[in-house]
Design a protein around this ligand. Structure first.
Ligand code: FAD
Length: 503
């Protein structure tokens, strides 16, 4: 019997988790798994860059910064498996100090030392702290709160704030909540009120058996972890296991084209060592974003693309542009608070202060030109002080670090962390999962985080008919891991109505 050939396009968290899952399935011996990745190193958004500062070499995460057992239980269950635990660890870090800085008197931090003195006077005012308590209370208890006669849980943030104009127009939402949302939602994204309270609830709720809450408006967030040595270690561990079990993982092999062939197989064309290669596969899994899917698949007058284009592509799942920079330039931090530097993450609005301009949400600052800086020397073990990772969205008019102090720069596209983005498109994607041997993983299927990547991979491996049994679950798995699997895999990716669509 001929072997089933599966191509996985993209070697980030989703692609490497899928290669790991396929090669530990019951049918692994009958599979040829080939993973094609464009860059020289695997990792994608989980990329760790080696940099030398003051003679010390450290691995700095330019994308993924934090993971947490509270919101990513399946990632942590996987890390507990002996084959992973001997290769990669996620370590708890100090409680995360979030802060935002704008002007000489508009500065905020979710910790006591950022509520003292004139710099913080306006955000420490009793009415602003009352707004923080009301919003924080509603978010933490969203699943049982009713607002305007409706369940708060399913409300969009825009709807919730329409019911609470004193919060929407108050200083707390404008100078603390929007910054926090920007950091979580995709680095100063401007469509932040599209998310629901349910998206944010896991950040603010206090769950039994895990540290938390992850975000609190008065205290540092508890329960955050980082991969020891950087997020790429997790990717490399999964990739190494997949290779040991026979998968063929090929970095520096950008795929150029994917097209159906007569007889039901799919041709994948890629470039490798200056030559163009082409092979046929039974299944092709896309872990690239939807712009990538479109670039590889959209061929005029292809009947398969005509069917797919109602479900996949950028018209259904748009991406955000992003720029991340590793640097040593403290000038990117707000000049008002730069001498303090207690925070782990600073949202900087100082250089985007434009009260006379027309800004999104009527803010006195231009959200497009704000950015977030992860101050590595504070929370990351082993990293010297004075090393920063600054994350921008489109940010044409933003303040940038001095080029002489830039150690690494990366431009990329990314999705949204909040899972209700593209909810309608995600709920329809199952209608084309498996059509013509094509499958779609990654954040369009779940949400844009390491947990979302892993869920999409184990979800696909479970439905591709290769005999994949989840190696955690039952009493050994974390109970909320099962809830997330049920919601994302059985509810959204592959609801009970799913049957593989006929070509
Ligand atoms: C700046 C930033 C910070 C983040 N911080 C966090 C965080 O703190 N915690 C968290 O959990 N998540 C975070 N995320 C989200 C997380 O990184 C992603 O959800 C996850 O890593 C996505 O993995 P993926 O494999 O689905 O996609 P990707 O990592 O994007 O991998 C897909 C890969 O496919 C490759 N590719 C594209 N086109 C081709 C082609 N034609 N041929 C071959 N390969 C191709 C790309 O190079 C890419 O590497 C962050 C993301 C970004 C951008």
């Amino acid at each position: 019997m001929s072997r089933r050939r599966i191509a996985v396009i993209g070697g980030g968290a989703s692609g490497c988790a899928l290669a790991w899952a396929l090669t530990r399935s019951r049918d692994a011996a009958a599979l040829d798994v080939v993973l094609l990745h464009d860059e020289p190193q695997l990792g994608g958004h989980s990329h760790t860059v080696p940099v030398t500062v003051d003679g010390v070499q450290v691995g700095v995460d330019i994308g993924v910064q934090y993971v947490t057992p509270t919101a990513y239980p399946n990632v942590f269950s996987m890390l507990d498996l002996p084959e992973l635990s001997s290769r990669v660890h996620a370590e708890p870090v100090r409680p995360v100090h979030f802060a935002a800085s704008f002007t000489e008197d508009i500065n905020w931090g979710a910790f006591p030392s950022y509520r003292e003195g004139p710099l913080f006077a306006r955000m420490a005012a009793p009415e602003v702290r009352a707004q923080a308590r009301e919003l924080g209370g509603d978010l933490a208890a969203a699943w049982r709160r009713r607002v305007g006669g409706r369940s708060a849980f399913t409300m969009k943030l825009s709807e919730y704030l329409d019911h609470k104009p004193h919060l929407r127009d108050g200083d707390f939402v404008r100078f603390a909540f929007f910054p926090i949302l920007s950091v979580f939602n995709g680095y100063t994204a401007w469509d932040l009120l599209e998310g629901t309270l349910a998206d944010l609830w896991p950040l603010f709720a206090r769950f039994p058996f895990v540290d938390g809450p992850l975000v609190h408006f008065e205290q540092p967030g508890q329960g955050w972890h980082r991969f020891e040595g950087g997020a790429q270690r997790w990717i490399e561990a999964m990739a190494a296991l997949a290779r040991e079990r026979g998968a063929d993982l090929r970095p520096a092999s950008p795929v150029q084209r994917v097209r159906p062939r007569p007889g039901g197989r799919t041709e994948v064309v890629w470039e490798e060592e200056g030559a163009v290669r082409s092979e046929e596969f039974d299944d092709v899994v896309f872990t690239v974003d939807m712009q990538g899917v479109e670039e590889l698949l959209a061929h005029e007058e292809d009947p398969l693309w005509e069917r797919l284009s109602g479900f996949v592509g950028t018209q259904h799942f748009s991406t955000l542009p992003g720029v991340c920079i590793i640097h040593t330039d403290a000038a990117v931090l707000s000049p008002h608070t730069v001498h303090l530097q207690h925070e782990d993450v600073q949202f900087t609005g100082t250089h985007a202060w434009r009260p006379d301009a027309e800004n999104p949400y009527g803010l006195p600052y231009d959200l497009h030109s704000t950015y977030a800086t992860h101050i590595q020397g504070h929370g990351v073990p082993g990293v010297p002080p004075g090393l920063y990772v600054t994350m921008y969205a489109e940010a044409q008019d933003a303040f940038w670090p001095d080029p002489a102090k830039v150690l690494h720069r990366k431009e990329w596209r990314h999705g949204r962390w909040l899972s209700s983005y593209f909810a309608a498109a995600k709920a329809r994607l199952h209608q084309v999962q498996g059509l013509g041997g094509l499958w779609f993983a990654g954040n369009p299927a779940t949400f844009d985080a390491e947990e979302g990547a892993l869920l999409s991979a184990i979800g696909l491996a479970g439905r591709m008919g290769v005999g994949f049994d989840l190696p955690w679950g039952g009493l050994r798995g974390r109970p909320h891991g099962a809830i997330l699997r049920r919601h994302f895999i059985d509810g959204i990716m592959f609801p009970s109505s799913w049957t593989r669509p006929a070509a």
